[in-house]
Design a protein around this ligand. Structure first.
Ligand code: UT7
Length: 342
């Protein structure tokens, strides 16, 4: 290890992304399928969101959040040429763990045969993976942990209302898991250059999942049919997202003293293609610099960013030294970024 000594004896080290993996459920839910379930059309969905199909997990067990997460980690371990026993910690960013106890990360650790490593969940809604990158980076860069697996996994389709009443929300979400393994390196040029994490708790009522009468915001009638179903004020989130996205990118670039064109790749939460295009236009980015897969997978919550990362790594690779900006926003409300030099 190299770098200056830190309080407590640990040394500051570089952090690299040693491997990535992802896992999608088998079943596709196309716009044509949705037309058979609710009053909607392929044209409306494509125009408003850019989504053509998404994946929906088998909710009887074989594609539970932990199983998708574990498979994404197995694939990441394979690309990193690592054994599960080498992991010092597993973090799962999710808002759809199957049970409130145990943590999904513990189920994942057992399924992949990890040793007695640390394992915990982190709920940052759609920002979970990006917040997790900042947290996991801190664990490794501080010198106390060498190998940390960070997974973003969600199966939010369990909480959808696929009737006319839920149509503006149900059309956007899909299920998935993605993973990145963060590993200590002596090369201190690698790791996070700048980051940010924000929230506005007063905006909680724009996306929530009620299960009790008192969960409904003031002025919204209690409706038991909505229990366990995502309630989203799509228009309000859309407005918040367009502005926040640009501000977040600006803020992160300023912290790093970089220009938009200095970034090699933008990997952004896939919530709506119009939001992504607005950011691309605002910063004058060429198409190949802002990765988009929402047409094939929809909005996969905390899995969205790592799924994009894994697809990029597998399809075109990411060169050593590349600057990659991860950006997300979502329920909470939350928003955050993580700018890496690979
Ligand atoms: O990752 C978590 C964060 N979430 C987001 O980023 C979501 C951000 N929001 C959005 O992407 C968009 O707001 C949606 C795609 C969810 C909805 O699009 P919108 O353009 O905001 O639609 P809207 O809810 O304002 O509804 C507009 C119209 C309404 O009809 P009227 O009242 O104008 O006659 C809706 O009833 O479109 C209607 N509508 C639909 N029509 C056909 C709503 N959903 C549908 C549908 N098919 N699926």
């Amino acid at each position: 290890m190299s770098g200056p000594h830190q309080p407590g004896g640990a040394q500051r080290v570089g952090v690299r992304i040693a491997g990535t993996g992802s896992c999608l459920p088998e079943r596709k839910l196309t716009n044509a399928d949705l037309v058979n379930m609710m009053e909607t059309s392929d044209e409306w969905i494509v125009q408003r969101t850019g989504i053509r199909e998404r994946r929906i997990a088998d909710h009887t067990g074989p594609e539970s959040t932990d199983k998708l997460a574990a498979e994404s980690l197995r694939r990441a371990l394979a690309t990193a040429h690592m054994d599960a026993k080498d992991l010092d910690a597993i973090i799962v960013a999710t808002m759809t763990g199957e049970m409130s106890c145990p943590p999904t990360a513990c189920l994942v650790a057992a399924q992949i045969g990890a040793g007695a490593c640390g394992a915990f969940d982190l709920n940052g809604a759609c920002c979970g993976f990006v917040f997790g990158l900042n947290v996991a980076h801190g664990l490794v860069a501080g010198g106390a942990y060498r190998n940390v697996a960070l997974i973003g996994a969600d199966t939010l389709t369990r909480y959808m209302d696929y009737s006319d009443a839920g149509r503006s929300t149900a059309i956007i979400f899909g299920d998935a898991a993605g993973c990145a393994i963060l590993r200590a390196t002596d090369d201190t040029s690698k790791g996070i250059i700048a980051q940010s994490m924000h929230s506005d708790g007063a905006g909680w009522k724009e996306i929530y999942v009620p299960t009790q009468p008192f969960h409904f915001p003031e002025g919204v009638p209690v409706d038991a049919c909505k229990y366990g179903r995502v309630q989203m004020n799509g228009a309000a989130v859309f407005k918040f997202a367009v502005g926040t996205f640009s501000n977040l990118i600006d803020e992160t670039l300023q912290k790093a003293r970089l220009k938009p064109s200095d970034i090699d790749l933008y990997i952004c939460h896939q919530s709506n293609q119009r939001i992504l295009h607005a950011a691309r236009d605002r910063f004058g980015l060429p198409e190949n610099k802002l990765y988009i897969n929402i047409d094939r997978v929809g909005n996969t919550v905390a899995a969205s960013v790592p799924l994009c990362l894994d697809e990029v790594v597998r399809s075109r690779g990411l060169p050593e030294g590349a600057k990659v900006l991860f950006v997300a926003f979502g329920g909470g409300l939350t928003w955050g970024s993580s700018l890496w030099q690979l």
